[in-house]
Structure formats: C-alpha cells, structure tokens
Design a protein around this ligand. Structure first.
Ligand code: ADP
Ligand code: ZN
Length: 317
C-alpha cells in the first residue's frame, strides 16, 4: 500500500486522514475539536495523537497539510493564525518532515480546498476555477491551467476584501463595503442586530432568538428570510449581491470557467444562489462565460485537497 497522510488544521477543529494513493475512500479518518484556549503547541499535540492512532506502525509516502491561515507555501512556513495563538512563523513543513521523515507540503485552506474541489469535487474536468468559501470569513483560491495560483507572496484569491461598495459599512480590514463585510455570516448577523436596535422590526428574527439579539447568526438570518422576514431578506439579498458583484468582476478580470462556492453561508437557500448568479451575470461582460456551482466535498475539502497537494509534490519531486 502507498499511503498518503492528509492533515487539516482548522480554526476550531483538527482532522487527519489516511488514503491509499489513487483511492477515493479514506482508510482511516479522525476529527477532534481544539479546546477553547488552544495554541499552536496544543494543536500540534492533538494532531500528533491523531496521527499516531491513524498510522499505527505504517508509514506514509507523503504528507499534505491544509492550514487555516496565511502560509508561505514555498517554504511551508505558517505566517500566523487569526484564530489560534502561537502560530507566528512556525516552520510546519520542516517540523513534520523531521518528525515523520516524509516529504510534506503545506498550504492555506482556501488554496487547498480549491485543489481538492478541482481534483476530486465540483471542479473535476475543468482547468481554470476559482473556489470561494463563504463562512465566518470569505476567502478564495485559484486553479489556473490545472495548477494552484498563489500570487507573488501567496496572497492571490483574497476576494473577501475586494471592495464592491466603497460607500458601504466599515470592514475589519479598515476599508468599506468589502465582499466579506456584506456576505459573511457574522457580518450579516451584526447588521441585522444593529438595524433592530435602531428600530427596524425583524419580527420573525426576534421570535427565533426569543428576543435575545446576541443569538442572531447568519443561519438565523437565512431561516427568518425563508419565513418571510423582510429585514432578514434585505440583509441576505445584500450578502448575495456583494458576492455576485465580486464574482462578476473576477470573471471579467481572469475569465475562469467555473466558480465553486463552499462554506455554510451557501446553505442560505435558492433565493441567495439566484441573486449571486444574477448579479454576477449582470456585472460581467456578456461575452464572459462562466458557471457558479456549489462545492461537492463539504467539510472534507481541505483533507482531499491535502491529498492532492501531496500527490502533486510526489509527481513533481
Ligand atoms: P467556518 O467559518 O468555521 O469554516 P462555516 O463554513 O460553517 O464555518 O460558516 C459559519 C457561518 O455560516 C456562521 O456565521 C453561520 O451563522 C453561517 N451559516 C450557517 N448555516 C447557514 C445558513 N443556512 N445560511 C446562512 N448562513 C449560515
Ligand atoms: Zn475588508
């Protein structure tokens, strides 16, 4: 057997899996939540114990790693994590190669998920696609000519902070009206809360959270919208509108065949999808052709992407 070990360091959970080269089914698969006060050290400890229980006394030929934060993919060094402390400049590739004596590749989760969808999911059969995750944040990863495209310093694909409404609300990055500021789950929730505190009704939202506005989430907004709440519908529309404008502009600029959308906000329903598609279509030039489809791999996209990353490394080595 030729084993590949795939690792996923997420913001809130850690996962590891082993697959036989060429197979589409996991041999073993383990997932664990990282504790509330997790740091790089504790995440690595948990990952070591997952790896130990997966591998037993077998040895993989390659390791692929998805990391939830900016990574220098050339050196496999983590720049930092926005969710877990202590990851600043950790040489994750070197560390794992020393420990397990196996060639290792590391990249950030959006690039890795793009690769996973391209090789094993919704992007199979295409050679240019842009993967977008719409979740707590909004991020993206490129596949161009069948290869990941990371940009000069690994920052390509940051559609989350593309400005689509320069007069819009202020984003955590300091600019106004970024795609993430309009489309992400937490920002949708924040906007609903603020509008309700300023007197807008949101009657159905209020019922769902039993008057406790702290409990409003992106999920609550989409539930209330489906039940006919006008405020929720307005905010959800703006989420889809912002993403649609971003996608249309990206289509004009780079002309990929496909946009693959993952992350939980994409579960917001057909109305959200219709608006994303319509606005993207209206924003792009008529000659610029593309499709927008849901991701196929779900929570396992980073792990399958890590397998693909390890495979690329093996064939190019
Ligand atoms: P992560 O950011 O950890 O990858 P998710 O992809 O699950 O996690 O995204 C979480 C965000 O998605 C939360 O803000 C949540 O409220 C929102 N969300 C979850 N389900 C839905 C839904 N059906 N409609 C809209 N937003 C949703
Ligand atoms: Zn921003």
């Amino acid at each position: 057997m030729t084993l590949i070990l795939a690792l996923d360091f997420g913001g809130t959970k850690l996962a590891a899996a082993v697959v036989n080269l060429g197979s589409r089914d996991w041999l073993h698969h383990e997932r664990r939540f990282s504790p509330m006060n997790a740091d790089a050290h504790s995440d690595l400890e948990i990952m070591r114990s997952l790896i130990h229980s997966l591998l037993q006394d077998t040895k993989p030929v390659a390791i692929g790693v998805s990391f939830g934060g900016p990574v220098d993919a050339k050196t496999g060094t983590v720049r930092l994590s926005h969710h877990v402390s202590g990851w600043e400049e950790i040489p994750l590739k070197d560390l794992l190669e020393k420990e397990y004596d196996v060639p290792t590749s590391v990249d950030n989760d959006a690039n890795v998920a793009a690769l996973g969808e391209y090789r094993f999911g919704a992007g199979n059969g295409y050679d240019s696609l842009f993967y977008i995750t719409v979740s707590t944040g909004v991020g993206g990863g490129w596949i161009l000519n069948g290869q990941p495209w990371r940009g000069a310093v690994g920052m390509a694909g940051e559609i989350g902070h593309m400005v689509v409404d320069p007069a819009g609300p202020v984003c955590l990055c300091g600019k106004r009206g970024c795609v993430e500021r309009l489309a992400s789950g937490p920002y949708m929730a924040q906007d609903v809360r603020e509008k309700m505190e300023n007197g807008l009704s949101g009657k159905i939202i209020r019922e769902i959270v039993r008057d406790n506005l702290a409990l409003v989430t992106g999920k609550v907004v989409s539930e209330a919208a489906a039940l006919g709440d006008e405020l929720a519908q307005e905010i959800l529309y703006r989420s889809a509108w912002g993403l649609g404008v971003g996608i249309g502009n990206v289509a004009n600029l780079v002309n990929p065949q496909l946009f693959v959308l993952g992350g939980s906000v994409t579960k917001a329903g057909t109305r959200w999808w219709d608006v994303v598609r319509k606005i993207a279509r209206e924003t792009a030039l008529p000659e610029v052709d593309f499709a927008i489809v849901p991701a196929a791999l779900g929570d396992d996209a980073p792990l399958w992407g890590a397998v693909a990353l390890a495979e690329i490394h093996r064939t190019s080595a």
